[in-house]
Every structure is written in C-alpha cells, then in structure tokens.
Write a protein that binds this ligand. Structure first.
Ligand SMILES: [Zn+2]
Length: 142
C-alpha cells in the first residue's frame, strides 16, 4: 500500500484506492495472520459495510502474502491488483498519539487486505488496535 510514502494523508487515501496495487511498495511475507490481525479483520467485516459480511467466509483460509514496506502494520492477502473496495472504515488513537485509519478491503471479490494509515501524520499505523478502540471514520469518498 502507500502509507507514508505519499506524504499527503487524505489525498494519499484517495490514491490508495485509485492507483493499481502493483505500483505500491510491498514486501513478500507468507504467513498466517496473528490472532490480533484475525480478530481485527473479523470485527471490521462484522461492523463495516453491509456487503462486508459475505467476506466472513474468506477468513477461514486467509493467509498473509505481503506487507507494506513502510513499517506500518498493513498486510495483503492476495497478490492480484485491481480496484479496491473498502469493506469497513474506522479510526483509532495511536498509543503515542495521532489518529490512525484502519480498513479491510476487497479486490476482485476476494478479501484482499488490511490497511492502516495515518490520518494526521503524527504516528505511523504500526500497531494493530483492539476492536474496542475503533470508531467509525466518516470519509468523503466522492
Ligand atoms: Zn505502510
């Protein structure tokens, strides 16, 4: 994903959705999700967009295939690129301050990744929040 590389935060977010994934910087990393990651993704699907619930079935076989190169906690579950569909858009306060956005997304009808991004540039999205910390993020998608 893009994260701090773009430097411009809300605009970055727009880029994240519109720029093909192949142009972003990612590091291959093949592993199972941690308990914290899995709990967070499940929560995002259960509490996100109404259409997100149908991706709950994908959790069973979900694997990490790559992570963002910037040091944030963003991970990808598929290698294919394409338009991102946001499945649930939330935010939390980083333990060291700053607002972090978090969302799960789909690409081509597959649950494709978990993205954490800095809303205000104060701290990187380098921690997986407890779902109790999350609040809805009302973001203008137009
Ligand atoms: Zn990143």
């Amino acid at each position: 994903m893009v994260c701090q590389f773009s430097g411009i935060f809300l605009w970055h977010r727009k880029l994240l959705i519109e720029v093909p994934k192949s142009t972003s910087r990612e590091i291959e990393e093949y592993r199972e999700l941690t308990d914290e990651e899995l709990r967070l993704v499940r929560w995002l699907l259960e509490n996100g967009e109404p259409s997100a619930r149908r991706y709950l079935d994908h959790l069973e076989d979900l694997r990490v295939v790559s992570k963002c190169a910037c040091g944030c906690a963003s991970i990808n579950f598929v290698e294919e690129s394409g338009g991102m569909k946001i499945l649930g858009d939330f935010k939390f306060t980083h333990r060291a301050g700053g607002q972090i956005g978090v969302f799960a997304f789909a690409v081509n009808d597959s649950l494709a990744g978990l993205e954490l991004w800095s809303i205000d540039g104060v701290n990187d999205g380098d921690e997986i929040p407890d779902p109790d910390q999350l609040e809805p993020l009302h973001f203008n998608r137009s």
